[in-house]
Design a protein around this ligand. Structure first.
Ligand code: ADP
Length: 477
């Protein structure tokens, strides 16, 4: 289908502006070369003619012959000089003797002199006097003497100027056509070069909007479009990544909700149909139902917790706390796992370390990190916890001897629902949201944290707290 010319398109607009610019430029040159040329020519010529008319009339006033030098200059400049005398009301040409004016010219000159006499003027400048065949610019000086009036007339033909203007006009038509054609072409090329990368990018964006994730934005010709393309490619990668995460999250949540629900239903049916009368079996089956319900509660709580944290509706309330005691309390919460399943926690905790944090949330962070270390530690079932201090900081390190995390996965473990060891048997129940909650809480606290891990050796999760020197937030311990 033929596309209609759309003036709002960048390409067409740039093109149009260029054309307007060219037209304005050509008109301006036209004005300058013709109208202003005519005006300027007449004004400059008028000045010369007037200057020499004054000089010559001074000579005449003083009864001197006309200065030869002036006459030569005027002849070279194609300016005619005439000297008339009126004797007994008859006007006679005194100079040049050898170049008498035509009769029609004499009539015009006499008429002009009479007008001056009538108006009692001594000088007049004008145009339109026909000395030859073309109009002239003229100036007259009246010198009143006792012997009668004398007149000095200087004329400058305008035909040369008119010819020049004609030539200029013809040349200008030619120049205007060439300039317009060249500027049309150049402006089209420039407009196209500016608009094309943007058009291309919007076409790519449309393909992307339709679901094609393989698209690539490309800029061309200008650094700005290259930068725009790079920024769009970056944004696209981020959106694609977060879209994928969203999908994974949904899949994981539904899977994690479905598994305990299926189990609860299956065991409830088993109690109803089989184990209802058998106390021992019934208790075993009921226990499974309770554990699965716990798992569901844990998952729902974690999801709520994370979404509350991320929507910032849960504010951080900082107080000064004894971090050493808090760590001990969390370790104590794991005592059942430790004693029943043979896990060992080696602790090296500096006592009375005070920090200013949200106690409940940091407790959750420590709980999640220790829980993970117990889950992922190696055969020796050992987890080491260090709390060390320097002048201004206190560093908590939680080390395990597990499989570790490879370099390419170390950044991703903080993302929601990221699990790369799905089949790992958990000692402490996890939901796949633990590290994401840890990250959100620590980011809110602006704390430095991370993980150092070596595959097949273990991981070291650390948090660096800003240390208060006593529980009031100042002084020494
Ligand atoms: P999960 O409930 O799966 O533990 P987390 O968010 O706490 O969820 O952890 C995300 C993933 O990071 C885990 O599935 C695991 O693959 C990895 N991970 C966390 N802690 C450790 C650790 N101490 N050693 C090895 N891998 C770990």
């Amino acid at each position: 289908m033929k596309q209609r010319f759309n003036l709002n398109k960048l390409r067409n607009k740039i093109w149009l502006y260029f054309i307007i610019f060219t037209v304005v430029l050509v008109c301006f040159i036209w004005l300058l070369q013709t109208v202003f040329f005519e005006y300027n020519y007449q004004s400059v010529r008028g000045q010369t003619v007037n200057l020499y008319a004054d000089l010559i009339s001074n000579d005449i006033k003083d009864d001197k012959p006309i200065n030869e030098g002036h006459l030569n200059f005027l002849q070279d400049s194609s300016i005619g000089v005439w000297h008339f005398k009126t004797v007994d009301n008859v006007t006679k040409q005194v100079f040049p003797i050898d170049k008498p004016l035509s009769e029609s010219a004499i009539l015009q000159v006499e008429k002009l002199f009479n007008q001056l006499e009538n108006k009692n003027l001594t000088s007049q400048t004008g145009e339109g006097l026909y000395i030859g065949f073309s109009p002239s610019l003229y100036t007259v000086r009246v010198i009143r003497k006792s012997t009668g009036n004398e007149f000095i007339l200087l004329t400058s033909s305008l035909s040369l100027m008119q010819d020049t203007v004609k030539v200029l006009r013809n040349q200008l038509i030619f120049v205007a056509v060439i300039v317009t054609a060249v500027s049309l072409f150049i402006s089209y090329v420039i407009a196209d070069r500016i608009a094309r990368p943007i058009d291309d990018m919007s076409a790519v964006a449309e393909r992307w909007a339709k679901g094609d994730e393989t698209v690539l934005f490309k800029g061309s010709y200008y650094a700005e479009t290259e930068e725009l393309a790079n920024a769009l490619n970056k944004a696209k990668d981020e959106v694609n990544k977060s879209g994928k995460l969203q999908k994974d999250l949904l899949a994981n949540v539904s899977h994690d909700l479905k598994t305990p629900l299926t189990m609860i239903k299956a065991y409830a049916e088993m109690i109803k149909d089989i184990s209802g009368d058998n106390k021992e079996k019934r208790e075993k089956h009921t226990q499974v139902i309770i554990e699965e319900a716990d798992r569901l509660t844990l998952l729902v709580n974690d999801i709520l917790n994370l979404s509350k944290l991320q929507s910032q509706s849960d504010v951080i309330e900082k107080t000064t706390i004894n971090l050493s005691k808090l760590i001990e309390t969390v370790i104590y919460r794991f005592s059942t796992v430790l004693s029943e399943k043979g896990y060992v926690i080696e602790k090296h905790i500096e006592q009375n370390v005070f920090v200013c944090v949200d106690e409940k949330k940091i407790e959750e962070v420590i709980y999640n990190l220790i829980g993970n270390s117990i889950n992922y530690t190696g055969e020796d079932k050992t987890v080491k916890i260090y709390l060390t201090v320097s002048d201004k900081t206190a560093t908590l390190e939680i080390l395990d001897s597990g499989l570790g995390i490879s370099g390419d996965k170390i950044e991703t473990i903080w993302e929601k629902y990221y699990r790369f060891s799905e089949t790992h048997k958990r000692t402490v129940k996890g939901t796949g949201l633990g590290l994401s909650i840890v990250k959100t809480i620590l980011d809110y606290h602006n704390l430095n944290y991370g993980v150092i891990s070596k595959v097949n050796t273990g991981s070291n999760f650390y948090i660096v707290f800003e240390r208060l020197l006593d529980k009031d937030g100042g002084g020494n311990e």
